[in-house]
Structures are given as C-alpha cells and as structure tokens.
Design a binder for this molecule. Structure first.
Ligand code: FRU
Length: 715
C-alpha cells in the first residue's frame, strides 16, 4: 500500500517536471518506418537518405533520414500513417518541403477521423527548391485527444512528391512559423451585370492577393487584367469605363477567389468616381505635378501638341497601386500646367500590354488615317506580348483611338525591343523610328528605321548610342535636334535614354554618329524614361519625365515631373543639355514675391528663385518645408536633402530654382545644367522657408524671389 502510494507521487512529479520537454514523434532515423504504415510505392520501404534518383539536391532535413516520396519519381503515389498518439503539448513542429498541392502532397493531422490541420510543401511550378523548411501547427485545442499523422502523395507529374522530417510535439515552438491554414477557394467565380452607368468599380486592397479578372460582353472577352481584389474591407475603388456597353449584360469572372469573398458582390456601377469628394486634395496628392486619379503611372508616352492641346499619355495601371496591366492613360492641357485626365487611350489586347512609345501629328496624311482634310494623330507603341512588337493607333479628334488593323508594323527583333520614338525628318522627307533593342547578351542597342507612311518600316542603322566601350544607352530612347547656344545654324542631335544618360552627335536621316562618350544628365533620384513633346509650335523642346515619388496609402501612385524646356549650351566641358521649368508655370504663382516677409511666410507649394553672388561665404543653405538645400562654394556642389550633385557656378554666380510639392521637390542649379528631382514626403505642418541661413564668415549677396503657388488641379 505504502509502496503504491509512493509510486503514484513519483509518477506525478515526473510528469509535471517533464511538462515542457518536447516529445519526439519521429525523426525518421531508423532503417524502416517502424510502426508507421505505408501504402502505395511513393514512400519506399523506409526513410530516404537525402535525394533520390533523378531528384534535385534535398536540403534542410535533420540527421541522415527523412520522408521523401520521390521514390520512383513524381508519378509514384502512396500514404504514410503514424500510429495513434495522444496530444500532450501545444504545438507540433516539423520540417516540410516538396510539392505544394493541398490535399495531394501534404501532411494531415487527423483527430476523430477528421483532418484538423494540414501542411504542404512550397512548390507548384517548375524550378523552386527541394529545401525543407520548419513549420508548426497550434494544436492546443486538441489537448488530451488521440490523433494520427497522415503523409499523402496522391499527385503525379511536376512536384508530385512530399518531404517531411523531425516531427516533434512541444510547448515552445521558438520562432517556427505557424502554418497558415489554406483558405478554400473557388475558380472562375461569375457575376453578370446589366450596364446602366458609365463606370464599373472594382474593390481594391493594395497588398492582397492578385486575381485575374475577365470581362466579357456577348460572349467575347473585352477586358482582362490582374487586380488585388478586396475580398472585404475595400481600400479604394478602381473604375473601368463601361460606357460603350450601356444596356448590355456584362460577365465578370474572377479566378480564383476565396469561397466567402465578397469581391464580386460589391462591384459597383456609378457615373463618377467613388470616394471622389476629396479628389486631387488627398493628403499625398502632389499639386503641381500630374498624377492619375486612380492607379499607378510610370513613363510619360506620346507627348504631342495636337489641335491646340498638349497631350500627355502615360503608362497606367488603372487597377492597382503598383506596376502592371499597362494601358496608355491620357490627359490634356492647354498650358502644360493644368491637366485634365480622360479615359484610357489604349487598352491591352491580344498583342499584349501597351508599353511605352510616342505620338506624332501626320501633317501630310502620309498614313492615310486623316479625315475631312485634317491631319491625324498617330500613336506608336510597343505591344509587349509574346512576340513583343511595335504597333500603331490613330485618332482624328484627340479623344478616341483606333488601332491599325494591320498591326504590328515592326515584328519582334528580340524579346527586349520596345519604346519606339517617331519623328518627321524634314531633310530626307521621311519618318524616323528610334527603337530600343536589347540584343543577345543583354547588350543595349538603338535601331533606326525609316518609313514614308508610318506603316511600312525599313531598318536603316543600328547604334550603341555612345563611342565608349561596352556601355550603351538603355531603354526609352528620345531623339531630337537642338540649336547650340540658340544658334540655329549650329544644330546637334541628342539621343537620350531612360536613365537620362545621353549622347550628342550628327544624324543624316538614317544613322546617328555620336561625337563622344555617354554623358550623365539628371542628378536627382527616381527620374526615369523622360520624353519630349512632338509638334510644339516655335520648336520648343519640352520634356517630362517619370518621377518615382510614391504616395503610400493612397489610391494612386507615382507622378510626372514638371515640364522643362531643354537647350544645348556650351560649358567649359563642352556642349551640354540644360533644363529649365517652362515659363507657363508662372501661372501658378499666388501673389507677389514674398522674399521680404519670409519670417511669416507659410505655404505648402513653393517656388523659390535665388541668384547668388557668394562673396567670401563658404557655404549657404535654404530650408524649404524641412527640405535642406545647401551649396558648397569651394566644391561647387549642391546637396539636396543630403544628396550631392555637381553644380558649377556660371559667371561667378549660382542661380537656383526650387519647386516644392507634397511628394517631390525639384532643384535646378547652374543655370539649368544641374537638375535634381527628389521624392520628398512633406509634413503638412511644416510650411516655412528659411533662406540665407548663412554658414561661413561672409554673407553672400542673394537676390531672392519666393512665391506661394496655387494647386494646378482645377477639377
Ligand atoms: C521603362 C519601361 C519601358 C517599358 C515600360 C513598361 O520604365 O520599362 O521600357 O515600355 O516601362 O511599363
């Protein structure tokens, strides 16, 4: 009796003391599976030692043995079932790899005949890795119950196997991640809608899973895109123009969706944007720069002056905050300053998404697309499908666009051929098309084509765009002629690339001859893919670039820089591109120069001009809305929020022009030789300008102008 009691106490104490000790279910170090039961052939007669015949190297398992159902290759199937065990800890941790097919290549925890937990490997597409990764299940709710583990391989073909090792029950899973239970999904979820309004709005939640949406009318697919659909908790609404199908039934199919997703139920029709009460006044909406109402923009496209309007087309993802679904968005302006956004100009089609390109006015109607004796507007773009080709579209009213029925006009040269820039070459009386072609071995080349009519193109020459070694000009070429120092008898051709590097040289209508190595141009951050306007009266050469300035948390993202006028001027290093913001921007000035009342000056949007004769001062700085712009006289270097750029003085002076907006600032120095665009998220409360914050012995002589600016948005 005494003995029995003692023993009971002893057992209790032992159990208690061991409560946190992990329990090993199996580490598969034996020569066979012990009391686990195997069916089929995939698991062989016992644990594998690393990779099996024909398998990629297997890593991440512990010791020598592991479960590896590649026995006999991917086509073999089978199951491996553990003996019954009691759930006595909070977690089961394990290592798992191989196929990622729910129900088919997985390990299940079965309690009372029901699968209560499941985990699969990470791989479903070719490539991938055979590495096993740690994972855990939280099993606390099943404490005291009996369970089995079933490792399943019922999949044949690619990644039709599963790898498992080191199965442990434990109260402490450390940093091992809990397996996220797979959400049951449905394929091809359908919603039919009768179109009654101009816009159909899709619910978006940036960061959620990408879904493929197909929209059909009369049994024909009319739109297809990728979208981060909000299953619930809509963050913003992405509009799709459906006005052309008014009165028709539209079928929207989403693939795949969680079975309980509300995404398609919440589709909304309206004639205007949803949540547009504060359109263009959103906290991170820049006020001097163009950005789309909704969605993402990158490169400016097809910049052209047509029928008295400036057209700004732009790479646009109408359905997402990030890059994708490339359309040509469209906006127009009468003054380069106030922009009005229209419907999409080019939608993705069977040839692929609409990548970057240019536009021209076909004054002599060489293309035959003109109507009623008026010249057509012709867009030349890359359709980036497989193959990737160059195609054209035209318009007779600057609003609606028709794709040429015989597209493409240039077939694929290499998968990386894109971004056609077209212009009329007056001397040789023909069209010229400048195309970026990524040649084999990732070499960058620029191909020149000629055409009499914008439809038929002949290769004329290939250049690398500079005379030095193996470094060539990159994508998004632009090509134009400029007078040197304003002297029209001394003109030079300029070839620019997306990263703003450029070459100056001569052009005979067929080939470009650079006169020197590539030159660096823009000195800021996030400036890319700039283009200049075609067909502007008075030969002004005006450029807009993509500014990679983000607007986190907004329903739109990225913007276009201020329009700048380009000139070629002689410097001590030779002829160089210069840039100044167009004079039309003066229309945004809200009142007179405020330089004499800086102490009380407050403005969100600022233009500052400073003409500086430095005297003995070593350095000086300006602080605009917290952004620090300082100039080091000795080094002749400008620092914009710590970012350095060379900025030589010109005739003993430094001329600075600064524009400050909500998400970017632009600094022009050295009479426009140095351009420093800079993403910058301003603080709403910080609206002051500190000028002439002198650093050094002697005050520089500064002629200052500071203006409050108005928003350029008028809608
Ligand atoms: C440059 C670029 C182009 C391409 C476009 C696609 O930013 O990659 O070369 O046409 O963007 O959006």
């Amino acid at each position: 009796m005494k003995f029995v009691l003692l023993l009971t106490v002893f057992v209790t104490v032992v159990t208690f003391a061991n409560a946190a000790e992990p329990i090993l279910i199996s580490d598969f170090e034996g020569t066979d599976y012990g009391n686990w039961k195997s069916t089929g052939t995939a698991f062989g007669i016992g644990p594998a030692h690393g990779k099996l015949d024909g398998q990629m190297p297997v890593e991440g398992y512990q010791g020598r043995g592991l479960v590896n159902s590649f026995m006999g290759g991917d086509n073999a199937t089978g199951t491996l079932t553990s003996p019954l065990f009691k759930i006595e800890r909070k977690f089961i941790t394990f290592l798992i790899g191989g196929g990622g097919w729910a129900d088919e290549t997985c390990m299940n925890l079965v309690v009372d005949g029901k699968v209560v937990r499941t985990a699969a490997g990470p791989n479903t597409v070719s490539g991938g890795s055979e590495r096993l990764e740690p994972a855990a299940w939280d099993i606390g709710e099943f404490a005291g119950r009996k369970a089995t583990l079933v490792i399943i391989d019922q999949r044949q073909g690619g990644w039709g196997h599963i790898n498992v090792d080191q199965i442990v029950m434990t109260d402490d899973r450390g940093s091992v991640p809990i397996v996220v239970p797979p959400v049951p999904v449905a394929r091809n979820v359908i919603r039919n809608l009768m179109i009654e309004k101009k816009l159909l709005h899709f619910p978006v939640k940036t960061g959620s899973k990408h879904r493929v949406v197909t929209v059909s009318v009369d049994g024909k697919v009319v739109r297809r895109f990728d979208i981060e659909l909000a299953d619930e908790d809509v963050q913003w609404w992405a509009p799709m123009d459906v006005s052309e199908w008014t009165g028709k039934m539209l079928t929207v199919i989403a693939d795949v969706l969680p079975v309980n997703s509300k995404a398609l139920d919440t589709l909304r029709q309206a004639d205007t944007l949803i949540d547009s009460e504060n359109l263009y006044q959103e906290p991170l909406r820049s006020q001097l720069h163009f950005s789309p109402k909704r969605g993402w923009t990158n490169d400016p496209n097809g910049l052209v002056f047509y029928n008295g309007e400036y057209h700004l087309f732009f790479q646009h993802n109408p359905y997402g905050w990030n890059w994708g679904n490339m359309h040509w968005g469209h906006a127009t302006s009468h003054d380069l300053v106030h922009w009005k956004e229209h419907s999409e100009a080019l939608y993705p089609d069977e040839q692929g998404p609409m990548f970057s390109g240019s536009a021209v006015v076909d004054w002599n109607n060489t293309s035959g697309f003109g109507k009623d004796g008026k010249p057509p507007l012709v867009l030349i773009y890359t359709a980036a499908g497989n193959p990737t080709v160059q195609s054209i579209a035209y318009s007779n009213d600057g609003r609606s666009f028709t794709k040429y029925s015989q597209n493409p006009v240039i077939k694929q040269i290499s998968g990386g051929n894109r971004d056609p820039k077209v212009f009329w070459h007056e001397l040789t009386k023909q069209w010229v098309l400048v195309l970026y072609v990524e040649a084999p071995g990732k070499q960058h080349t620029i191909h020149f084509f000629n055409s009499p009519n914008l439809r038929d193109w002949k290769l004329a020459s290939i250049t690398k765009g500079g005379i030095d070694g193996d470094k060539y000009l990159f994508e998004c070429p632009d090509f134009f002629e400029l007078a040197v120092d304003g002297d029209v008898s001394k003109k030079k051709w300029v070839l620019t690339a997306a990263n703003s590097e450029y070459a100056i040289g001569t052009f005979d209508g067929a080939s470009f001859t650079p006169e020197h190595s590539r030159l660096a141009d823009v000195r800021g951050v996030g400036f890319y893919a700039a283009q200049t306007f075609s067909d502007i009266p008075n030969n002004r050469r005006i450029q807009i670039g993509w500014s990679q300035a983000p607007s986190p948390g907004m329903s739109f993202n990225q913007l276009q820089t201020l329009p700048c006028e380009l000139t070629l001027r002689t410097t001590s290093d030779g002829v160089r591109l210069h840039r100044e913001p167009v004079k039309e921007l003066e229309a945004l000035r809200d009142g007179p120069n405020q330089a004499n009342s800086l102490a009380t000056f407050r403005s969100e949007l600022i233009e500052m001009r400073a003409e500086i004769e430095p005297g003995q001062a070593g350095k000086f700085e300006f602080i605009l809305r917290g952004a620090k712009i300082s100039y080091d006289l000795k080094e002749q270097v400008i620092l914009v929020n710590g970012h350095r750029a060379p900025a030589p003085m010109v005739n003993g002076k430094q001329n600075l022009v600064v524009f400050v907006d909500r998400t970017m600032l632009e600094v022009f120095a050295s009479d426009g030789l140095t351009y420093v665009p800079m993403p910058f998220i301003s603080k709403p409360q910080d609206q002051s300008v500190l000028a002439n914050a002198q650093v050094g012995d002697d005050a520089p002589n500064i002629r200052l102008q500071v203006y409050k600016l108005k928003s350029s948005w008028t809608e």
